[in-house]
Ligand binder design. Structure first.
Ligand code: PAF
Length: 280
C-alpha cells in the first residue's frame, strides 16, 4: 500500500486508472471501515482510501480537536488487510490551502432536518469535502455506510444532480455482537456507558417490531422510544420514523399502505453522541 499526502502524488499514482473504488474516512479505522474496503474491492480496482478529519463538518462546539487521530495504527490495519492500493492522507493545508469559500449546499428539506438540524453546517461540510475528494480521486464507485443514512442519501443525490461519474454503493451498518453500531466515537464511552449503549439499537428494533405488527401511530411510537432512552440517562436529540425516499414524515395512509420507512435516532450518552437507524 502506498501512503500519499498530496493531491499531486495521488494523481501520479492513479494516472490511467478508470475503475477506482474509493472509501473516504476520517480514520480511527475499525472493522466497519474494513468491511467498506472489502466491498469496494468487489466493485472496482484499485481500492483507494482516504483519511482526513474534515474541520468543515464540525460545529464550533463539537469534537474536532478531540476526534481520534490514529494514522500509524490505521496504516497498520490497512497493510494487514492488504486490499487498499493507495491511502490518501492529506493534511489540512493540502486540502484547504486557502479558505474553502466555495461550498456545496444540500437542499434545505433534506440537509436541514435530523442531523442537519442538530448539527448546523454539518452536511455542507460533508458534501464539500466529498466533492473535493472525488475530484482528487476520480473514483468510478465509492462506498458509504448506512449508519450515516442521511449522509448517504445526500451524497447520492449530490452525485446525481451534478452528474458526477461516481456510483455510490451503500454498505449495511456493521454492529458489535450486542447490536451497537460500530463508530469511532464508541471509544469515548466509559465501561458503564458501553454497557448501556446497545439500548439504542434495541429501541430501534422495538420501533420496527411495532410498525411491522401493524401499529400506525408513529408519533406515539416515537415518543415512547424517546422516553425509553431518556429514562436510562440518554439525552435524546431525535427518534424519528421517516420515509426512506426523502426522510419526510410518513402520512398515516402511507404507514398503513406499507411505505418503506426508516427509523433514525441520535442521542448523547454522557458526552458521547451516538446515531443509528434501521430500515423497515
Ligand atoms: O462519514 C465520514 O466518515 C465522513 O463524513 C466523510 C464521508 C469521510 C467525509 O468527511
Amino acid at each position: 500500500m502506498k501512503v500519499v499526502h498530496t493531491i499531486q502524488e495521488l494523481r501520479d499514482q492513479l494516472r490511467g486508472q478508470l475503475r477506482v473504488a474509493f472509501v473516504p474516512t476520517m480514520g480511527n479505522l475499525h472493522d466497519a471501515h474494513l468491511a467498506l474496503m472489502k466491498m469496494a474491492h468487489q466493485h472496482g480496482d484499485p481500492v483507494v482510501a482516504s483519511i482526513f478529519v474534515n474541520r468543515l463538518q464540525f460545529g464550533p462546539n463539537e469534537d474536532f480537536d478531540k476526534y481520534p487521530r490514529t494514522l500509524a495504527e490505521d496504516i497498520d490495519k490497512l497493510q494487514k488487510q492488504n486490499l487498499v492500493y493507495v491511502l490518501f492522507a492529506p493534511n489540512e493545508k493540502e486540502m484547504y490551502p486557502e479558505p474553502q469559500e466555495y461550498r456545496v449546499q444540500p437542499p434545505h428539506d433534506l440537509g436541514d432536518i435530523l442531523e442537519g438540524h442538530f448539527r448546523p453546517g454539518f452536511f455542507v461540510g460533508v458534501t464539500t469535502v466529498v466533492l473535493k475528494l472525488f475530484s482528487c480521486v476520480q473514483p468510478k464507485v465509492a462506498v458509504f455506510g448506512k449508519k450515516d443514512y442521511q449522509q448517504l442519501m445526500i451524497v447520492r443525490q449530490m452525485c446525481r444532480q451534478f452528474a458526477l461519474p461516481t456510483e455510490i454503493i451503500p454498505h449495511e451498518t456493521v454492529r458489535d455482537p450486542d447490536g451497537l453500531a460500530m463508530s469511532s466515537r464508541n471509544r469515548f464511552l466509559s465501561p458503564a456507558e458501553r454497557k448501556e449503549a446497545p439500548r439504542m439499537a434495541r429501541v430501534l428494533n422495538h420501533v420496527r417490531d411495532r410498525l411491522r405488527a401493524g401499529e400506525h401511530d408513529v408519533t406515539a411510537i416515537e415518543a415512547e422510544a424517546q422516553r425509553e432512552l431518556a429514562g436510562h440517562g440518554w439525552k435524546v436529540d431525535y427518534v424519528s420514523v421517516c420515509r426512506q425516499r426523502d426522510l419526510k414524515a410518513p402520512t398515516p395512509p402511507e404507514v398503513k399502505a406499507g411505505e418503506p420507512l426508516v427509523v433514525l435516532s441520535a442521542a448523547k450518552l454522557g458526552t458521547t453522541r451516538l446515531i443509528d437507524n434501521l430500515e423497515i
